[in-house]
Design a protein around this ligand. Structure first.
Ligand code: SF4
Length: 377
């Protein structure tokens, strides 16, 4: 395991100095339980989700709690289930491979692995990944690790000051060295008119040859991002903002045409699951239109594992989540719930490997959970 050196030391921060949304180092999202006890990033991507946490100015990584305590809280979280709950590390407000953050990343991963946990663990980076880093990941015995390397091909340094060439090199190294872990080309954010030309798509298609799978997605463009774009005079990528990621229909069509034949996924959990030879742990198979680009062999794997859950099992999980009386019904390959918090919904989804939708946010046909912008009815 990599040891922290003096230059790597991260200074603790008093959580009360942070925006409230950043103080809690653990939250449950669609991707699983997410641990973020270090916050702050100097990479300055204009569309960074740090805008949402009122933390874009936090450029030096700081720790809220120490690594051991972080692991203790993560595995002691009431909704954590050994071997089942997917985990993510430092995906909210920093990059796990920044030089100062990396020793903490590896310490947490090592400690989780030493506990014998077989959970999926997703690490997302756009920074340098070395052969030594790969040796560490290969040394793990239990966790199912997937390294997502974020690559966009955007060359406007006002939007992405860090060159996509770094990500491309990291992915090539990680793929070449992979033994016990898997790699995903995380091609994002794809923005109409910015990085969706034929040249961009062909470049991503070529890079996909050096990954076990590719996941592609659009741009989060919320009010907070728009305010920032305006404040520094950047052209706005879309006329409007949206709650969900934006990926227009024509972008997707052109991508699918050129990517024909490579394992390409609309959902990151599908890419991770395929890379490990398993069924999707988010149960997207219940929504067949998501799967129409998936390799036939993988569809078979998912088909064999996609089981409609029994009501008794759902009721037990609802009780475990603390909402025994929540109303639900089976609908269109998913369970539609009313009145569950987001973390309870995703807890159920991962425990059942079956889609759980919130009645307040209906999924529209063919949108694949994306914003309406750029799609025809
Ligand atoms: S078959 Fe569907 S659910 Fe399974 S990995 Fe492929 S796209 Fe995802």
């Amino acid at each position: 395991m990599t040891n922290a050196s003096a230059k790597d030391e991260i200074v603790p921060v008093d959580p009360t100095d942070l925006a409230e949304s950043l103080r809690n180092p653990i939250d449950y999202r669609k991707s699983g339980l997410s641990l973020n006890h270090i916050v702050g990033c100097p990479l300055d991507c204009a569309y960074c989700v740090r805008h949402l946490f009122d933390a874009f100015d936090l450029r030096t990584p700081r720790s809220i709690i120490d690594d051991h305590e972080a692991v203790r809280r993560l595995t002691g979280h009431p909704l954590f289930r050994p071997d089942i709950t997917p985990l993510q590390l430092f995906n909210r407000a920093t990059d796990p491979f920044l030089p100062a953050v990396k020793p903490h990343t590896f310490r947490v991963v090592h400690e989780l692995d030493a506990r014998g946990l077989r959970n999926h663990l997703l690490l997302i980076t756009r920074y340098h990944v070395s052969e030594q880093d790969c040796r560490f990941l290969n040394s793990l015995k239990n966790l199912r690790v997937t390294l997502f390397v974020t690559y966009s091909g955007i060359t406007d340094e006002r939007i992405e000051p860090v060159s996509s060439r770094i990500a491309a090199r990291s992915l090539q190294t990680a793929f070449r060295e992979a033994d016990r872990y898997r790699t995903v080309l995380y091609w994002r954010p794809i923005v109409r008119g910015l990085n969706d030309t034929e040249g961009h798509i062909h470049a991503a298609r070529e890079l996909a040859e050096t990954a076990h799978a590719t996941a592609f997605t659009g741009l989060f463009f919320r009010d907070e991002m728009r305010t920032y774009y305006r404040s520094i005079g950047l052209p706005e990528p879309y006329e409007d903002v949206a709650r969900r990621k934006i990926l227009p229909e024509d972008c997707e069509e052109r991508i699918l045409k050129i990517f024909d034949g490579a394992p390409l996924f609309r959902k990151s959990s599908c890419a991770a699951s395929f890379a490990h030879g398993e069924a999707d742990y988010n149960g997207h198979f219940g929504i067949p239109e998501i799967c129409d680009i998936c390799p036939a062999t993988q569809r078979e794997v998912c088909r064999n594992h996609h089981l409609k859950p029994e009501r008794a099992r759902i009721d037990t999980l609802l009780a475990e989540a603390g909402s025994p009386d929540a109303a639900y019904r089976f609908r269109n390959g998913a369970i539609e719930v009313d009145g569950l918090e987001e973390e309870e919904r995703y807890f159920l989804q991962h425990a059942l490997a079956y889609q759980i939708h919130d009645v307040r946010h209906p999924h529209k046909p063919r949108r694949h959970g994306r914003a309406d912008i750029g799609w025809t009815e």
